[in-house]
Design a protein around this ligand. Structure first.
Ligand SMILES: NC(=O)c1ccc[n+]([C@@H]2O[C@H](COP(=O)([O-])OP(=O)(O)OC[C@H]3O[C@@H](n4cnc5c(N)ncnc54)[C@H](O)[C@@H]3O)[C@@H](O)[C@H]2O)c1
Length: 382
């Protein structure tokens, strides 16, 4: 109802109140909008930015004020005034009580990985548009891609780092040297994350094997890497066959919107050599290793049965000066459209981003992940 009111007002006045809070996840330094984007939006809309929200990405409060934003001291000042909240990561529990039933929140949510987040957002009654499920006309995920590219590259770097003994690893140089062979790395999932991780590790001289269930994707990867990787059809048997000789495994699978399939069970950890490294980039969708639990940049690794696990759910947050540019260059046109257009008039591929609306789950994979009834968005959009 409120959104309707908001949009009626938008049609009359074309002014939307947009808020950008400071991210509060551990070591998360990205920000939802850059100053030059605020400058474009502030020609028509009113913008509130939380104090220091952009500092980690290289933008001062002065930059935002010069672009036309009002700086407010507290997160609650943003949530209490804005109709549209633009942020990076899902709200944390301390933000839950701040969300108003009338708001629209545009961010990464990865709902299928967290029942408690999903329930809290349903209870708020607000509208939640997830970057990661908006599609383009090719069926790609244009707002996940830039951060997957960053996370994939970082995954390669992290694998190299944690292979070092002082970092907790087995003490293997990723690229080998002279007549000593390089590390063998398995990449499970040959999409954006997997390809970018492979690029970095091939560049460092690793022996890279990419696993995927999509035959066309495997063919494309073979041709792209031109003999520098080995493409493997992903099955439990092929993964098991390669685990005993692997030094590290990168988890990079995705089934759109759904919980990640568990490709390495706890029992399979025994196939790996001690101190081998598992980097689960798919942790944000619940992780593709049975033993994955989300970690933070402050404490990125833990061990299970002698195997080192890295499972940071906001990897790109570590390189905000790169990530904020890559992210908001992709999200900005959608923010501008969301601020300007009634929800019911947005293109259907954009509306695939609406995962929770008015207390209902409007994404079938999220509903399926928790056995909660799915409500098609069109049934509740007026
Ligand atoms: N941790 C982080 O900070 C971070 C950042 C960005 C993205 N991610 C996550 O990384 C994951 C991968 O994202 P992406 O953009 O590369 O997705 P993508 O859709 O580009 O690629 C996923 C690939 O996985 C393959 N796949 C699906 N099931 C498989 C299976 N059983 N075995 C092998 N391959 C399988 C698909 O065929 C596809 O090629 C997602 O969960 C995404 O949310 C995490």
């Amino acid at each position: 109802m409120f959104l309707q009111n908001v949009y009626i007002r938008v049609i009359i006045s074309t002014v939307m109140i947009i808020g950008v809070p400071k991210e509060c996840k551990n070591n998360e330094y990205r920000v939802g909008l850059m100053p030059h984007q605020i400058a474009m939006l502030s020609k028509k809309h009113q913008l509130f930015v939380q104090q220091d929200a952009g500092v980690g990405s290289g933008f001062s409060d002065k930059d935002y004020v010069a672009a036309g934003a009002t700086i407010v001291p507290k997160r609650s000042d943003v949530y209490s005034q804005a109709e549209l909240i633009v942020k990076v990561k899902e709200p944390l529990p301390e933000e839950y009580p701040l969300i108003q039933p009338n708001q629209c929140i545009f961010a990464y949510f990865h709902f299928a990985s967290s029942l408690s987040l999903t329930q809290a957002m349903m209870e708020s009654g607000a509208c939640f548009v997830a970057y990661e499920t908006i599609e383009d006309d090719q069926g790609h995920l244009p707002l996940l891609t830039p951060m997957s590219a960053v996370a994939g590259r970082l995954a390669g770097q992290q694998a190299a780092k944690y292979l070092e003994m002082p970092q907790g690893g087995p003490g293997v140089l990723i690229g080998g040297v002279l007549d000593v062979p390089p590390a063998k790395i398995l990449v499970l999932g040959g999409g954006i994350v997997g390809t970018q991780a492979a690029e970095v590790m091939v560049g460092m001289g690793a022996d890279v094997f990419i696993f995927d269930i999509n035959k066309n994707r495997l063919d494309a990867l073979e041709s792209y890497f031109d003999g520098k990787i080995t493409a493997v059809e992903s099955t439990t048997a092929t993964i098991r066959q390669h685990l005993p000789t692997a030094d590290a495994v990168i988890g990079a699978v995705l089934v759109k919107g759904a919980k990640a399939p568990k490709l390495i069970t706890r029992e399979m950890l025994a196939d790996l050599r001690p101190k081998s490294i598992l980097v689960d980039v798919a942790v944000d969708q619940g992780g593709c290793f049975e033993t994955t639990k989300p970690t933070t940049h402050a404490q990125p690794i833990y061990e299970v049965d002698g195997i080192v696990h890295y499972a940071v759910a906001n990897m790109p947050g570590a390189v905000p000066r790169t990530s904020t540019h890559a992210l908001t260059n992709a999200t900005f046109p959608y923010v501008a459209q969301l601020a300007q257009t009634p929800l019911a008039e947005l293109p259907s591929l954009f509306l695939k981003g609406v995962n929770v609306y008015k207390g209902e789950i409007t994404n079938p994979e999220v509903a399926n992940a928790f056995g909660i009834p799915y409500t098609p968005l069109e049934n509740i959009l007026i």
